[in-house]
Design a protein around this ligand. Structure first.
Ligand code: AMP
Length: 284
């Protein structure tokens, strides 16, 4: 059975005894309201570790003031069942005030990556992510951490942070899990109306269209971006926040796809108040 820990020191003690017993610890950080995407990360972690800790924490620091922190869906009891069925041994689900007590003053900031793409639309987001991930790593003491390709920029930010701060932790990025119609699973999909849900696969479809154009030899990014944009606006009520074609390692936006081995095509689209993101890596 899964052990649910809410207390920071208790989690640290549990992690320390696991380490002393020679166990390899894997962490899967999440904000809960778990779906099959999260569960695939837990299964992946199980392959890379003896003991899996799934963290469930809706981190206030990574939400902007006008964002959905308050209404973000939460269901710890169902999450525990799902996480346990996928092989989680420990759930760490702290309360906000134990992670950020009144006297809390420290933030982790990653230059450059924090202010582009998602960071441009969501100021402070990656600082919040880097800060909470740092804390979760210090609390759960993992040997391996598993994140999803669904949040492509987050994966790049975490990789940079682990390297810069000399974390001795293996990073595993697991592929995006999708619904049958291509929509990437997300806790935020629960916000969509029936009509919006019908239209939401345009993100994935536009990524496929972009991939096809790259394969056909189109190299001018703006041509591909314009076509994706038209595709989305013609087929849905989605409002495009951004569409980007960037180097997948440096996230540098590319006006032309030349000499890159791997490009990251990513986008954010709003359906009413719901903001969806998706991405695809295309090997050139
Ligand atoms: P979240 O709970 O949305 O913060 O996500 C927690 C982790 O699950 C992050 O590493 C995400 O990238 C990953 N994740 C979210 N959605 C998916 C998905 N559809 N497929 C695979 N991983 C996902």
């Amino acid at each position: 059975m899964v052990a649910i820990i809410q207390d920071v020191s208790e989690m640290q003690r549990a992690a320390e005894s696991l380490r002393t017993a020679g166990k390899r610890i894997g962490i899967v950080p999440t904000m809960g309201y778990l779906h099959e995407g999260h569960l695939s990360l837990i299964r992946t972690a199980k392959h890379h570790a003896d003991v899996v800790v799934t963290t469930i924490f809706v981190n206030p620091k990574q939400f902007g003031p006008a964002e959905d922190y308050e209404r973000y869906p939460r269901d710890l009891s169902n999450d525990s069942l799902l996480a346990s069925s996928a092989g989680t041994d420990y759930i760490f689900a702290p309360e906000s005030k134990s992670m950020y007590p009144n006297e809390y003053l420290t933030d982790v900031h990653i230059e450059r990556y924090s202010s582009i793409l998602e960071g441009r639309s969501r100021p402070g987001h990656f600082q919040g992510v880097a800060t909470v991930v740092t804390k979760l790593l210090n609390i759960t003491k993992p040997h391996v951490a598993v994140f999803g390709q669904k949040d492509a920029q987050q994966a790049v930010v975490i990789r940079q942070m682990l390297r810069d701060l000399n974390y001795d932790i293996e990073l595993v990025i697991a592929p995006t899990v999708r619904e049958a119609d291509g929509l990437a699973l997300s806790s935020r999909n629960s916000y969509l109306s029936t009509e919006e849900r019908k239209q939401a696969p345009v993100l994935f479809q536009s990524l496929n269209l972009a991939e096809q154009r790259v394969r056909e030899g189109v190299r001018v990014s703006v041509r591909i971006i314009n076509e994706m944009s038209e595709f989305i606006t013609n087929r849905s009520a989605g409002v495009i926040d951004y569409i980007s074609i960037a180097d997948s390692n440096t996230l540098e936006e590319l006006s032309a796809i030349e000499g890159q081995r791997s490009v990251l095509i990513s986008l954010a689209v709003r359906f009413g108040a719901t903001r969806l993101i998706d991405n695809q890596i295309v090997k050139v």
